[in-house]
Design a protein around this ligand. Sequence first.
Ligand SMILES: [Zn+2]
Length: 333
Amino acid sequence: MVCVAALLLSALLSSCANQASAVPQPEIEENTPISAPAEESETPSPGFETVGVSELGPELVDAYTHHYSPEILEADLRELAKAYEGQITLGVYGQSAQGRDLNYARIGDGSKDIIITGGIHAREYMSSVAVMNVLEEFLRIQKTGKLYGTTVLKEYTIWFLPSLNPDGAVISQSGEIVKIKANANGVDLNRNFAEGWDDYTGRPDGSIEFYKGPAPLSEPETKSLVEFIESPDRNIVYSIDMHTSGNVIYSDDTRGEETERLSEIMSRITGFPIWEDPSEGANYSDYLGAQGIPTITIELGIFTDAIVEESEGPFVKEVAKRIPRALYLLTQQ
Ligand SMILES: [Zn+2]
């Protein structure tokens, strides 16, 4: 439930990535198995009806605490790699400013790549849990060997980069600067990309957010991410970047049909409205747009200018678990 006062208040505030007011959370019926929505349905969507909840393995990633630390995240990755041996490959694509590993997990063996990212903003580490939930849901479905999961993973290779800013998450979680969005050098990584960097003013060094850094890609986190995306063997056709908060999808409708299709399908599946990406430049989405990669930003959780409440964890998780279904729909045209 969202009270009117909260909505009015939130309308006065600005959102994580941009300016947005809160929207009510879409209704998700209690006890509705998102992974197997069509089991009892008279007219199931093709592919969905073959996966029953009882066929799915246990959920290992279930850590919607306020302290989803890099250590917990890495332990979850290792646990998934053990439980789903042969389905998942783990790796490191770089190091953060303080020397933490920047982790990825890879699933699927399609010729086209999808990249799903989270945690670029320090305090938004609930988005990292959400990325892990998407990964786990794919693994659970794939293990059943049923059409729904295998179709997607035959067509696509999916790269999960759950924490783009692990140092920042630790700074926030330690209580040092709870509301920080920047990395350990004080740079807002989502304002450190080259596209539009010169014209973006932002805020001065020492701010918890919106400081663009001394130069484009000055930070090891953004530099490593760009190198990862531009690897010669990469063929990224879709990007989904998870943030908190607002329960909206940001998309740039000038970026072509595939971007529009991705946003529409994701909006249909999550129940979130699509809002125009209001980037003023130097954002990750500006970089991806310049690369010609269709991308959306998903803002999870009721709007807050701080940390999404732990109590919203189950809702965020249910939304994340719908994403495999949305990607399945992308394969159906
Ligand atoms: Zn953000």
